[in-house]
Design a protein around this ligand. Structure first.
Ligand SMILES: *Cc1c(COP(=O)(O)O)cnc(C)c1O
Length: 374
């Protein structure tokens, strides 16, 4: 028999679903019999439960995290030509939502330690066209929200949280998603809370914002056949809502498990590579565990050769992405975001990742760095 070590996948959700399958399939079977696939009791119940989980008065289920961002921006009043300030090192969806809502993205560089929007640089980016500040709780850690909110309030601006990676994260004991005027969540399968397909939600404690998103997601209908504004089709379906309700009951435990895996990595990798910085005021939920090292490629190749799954989040910052060349940015415009793009490496992390596999990942990293010349 081969004594080759087992591969370590970047993400493995089998363990999460195995135990839940009978419960999920039972509700799905009932939904199949009832024939109510879009909206309905499961969607309404999930919206109530998600509002409670994010400690907001309301939550509105939509088709994806991208739609949650886009519809929330429109609900917050973004109109053609308005500027929306965000970070350049994010998933491209953050920026797509801005331009598709008619806004113009304005980037602010990020904090070198946390990769989230650097509040010290925020004021300088505000103009009279600025309407919304859109911090991204990247990798699962909230941005520096007190400063962001203080600046926004002082300037009469709205704050939309991109919380697509931060389900259950906290900032000074407050829930990610309850910090600004509204928040967008994604339930893409690999997120900390994932559907069995596409889904998203907007959380808000502003009844007007929630009402507007509800209208926009359903073709702008305020009542049957009355299309008060132009909307779109971005409704949450019942099968996803039912699965999300079942999985939501385990989310806190899964986040605790992610935090335990992160702590194991921290112990083994501190002093070897730059490990993630968890700010004292934050509860990080480690959607991603991203290390940094100038020899990122050496480490990446070693892990890949050892059968260990890794990821890059994100190797090209949005300001240097071809799709946004029209914004006119050049390398060097946002040096901290660019450094994260060059040096960041996402290690395997998921609930249930065992300690011996973490050991193996860390062993390969140490070996890769010890074996180098000079
Ligand atoms: C996943 C993600 C989104 C988009 O969510 P989808 O459900 O895939 O549309 C937006 N922003 C960030 C930071 C994300 O990670």
């Amino acid at each position: 028999m081969s004594d080759q070590p087992r591969p370590v996948p970047f993400m493995d959700l089998h363990g999460l679903h195995a135990g839940l399958a009978p419960e999920i399939l039972a509700v799905w079977e009932k939904l199949l019999r009832d024939g109510r696939f879009v909206g309905g009791a499961e969607v309404e119940a999930f919206e109530r439960e998600w509002a409670a989980f994010t400690r907001c008065s309301d939550a509105v289920g939509v088709g994806s995290g991208t739609d949650a961002l886009r519809l929330a921006l429109t609900a917050l009043g973004v109109r053609a030509g308005d500027e929306v300030i965000t970070a350049p090192n994010t998933f491209i969806a953050t920026v797509e939502a801005v331009t598709q809502a008619g806004g113009r993205p304005v980037f602010v560089d990020v904090d070198p330690d946390t990769a989230t929007l650097d509040a010290d640089r925020l004021e300088a980016a505000i103009t009279e066209r600025t309407r919304v500040i859109l911090p991204v709780h990247l990798y699962g850690q909230p941005a520096e929200m007190d400063r962001v909110l203080e600046i926004a309030t002082g300037r009469g601006l709205q704050v939309l949280e991109d919380a697509a990676q931060a389900h259950g994260a906290e900032y000074r004991g407050r829930s990610a998603g309850s910090l600004g005027q509204a928040a967008a969540f994604s339930f893409y399968p690999g997120k900390n809370l994932g559907a069995c397909g596409e889904a998203g939600a907007v959380s808000s404690s502003d009844p007007e914002v929630a009402r507007t998103v509800r209208v926009l997601r359903d073709h702008g209908q305020t009542s049957k056949n009355l299309h008060a504004v132009e909307g779109t089709n971005s409704r949450l379906d019942a099968l996803q809502a039912a699965a999300l309700r079942i999985k939501l009951r385990h989310l806190d435990e899964w986040n605790d498990q992610r935090r335990r895996v992160a702590a194991l990595y921290d112990e083994r990798l501190t002093g070897v590579v730059a490990t993630p910085v968890e700010r004292e005021e934050c509860r990080h939920v480690y959607h991603l565990y991203v290390i940094r090292h100038p020899e990122r490629e050496r480490i990446r190749e070693a892990l890949h050769s050892a059968g260990i799954g890794v990821g890059l989040h994100y190797p090209v910052p949005v300001h240097l992405t071809p799709a946004y060349a029209w914004l006119g940015h050049a390398p060097g415009d946002f040096p901290e975001a660019e450094r994260w793009a060059e040096q960041g490496l996402s290690l395997p992390i998921f609930p249930g990742l065992a300690e011996d596999r973490v050991d193996r990942v860390c062993g390969v990293i140490r070996q890769a760095l010890e074996g180098r010349q000079g």
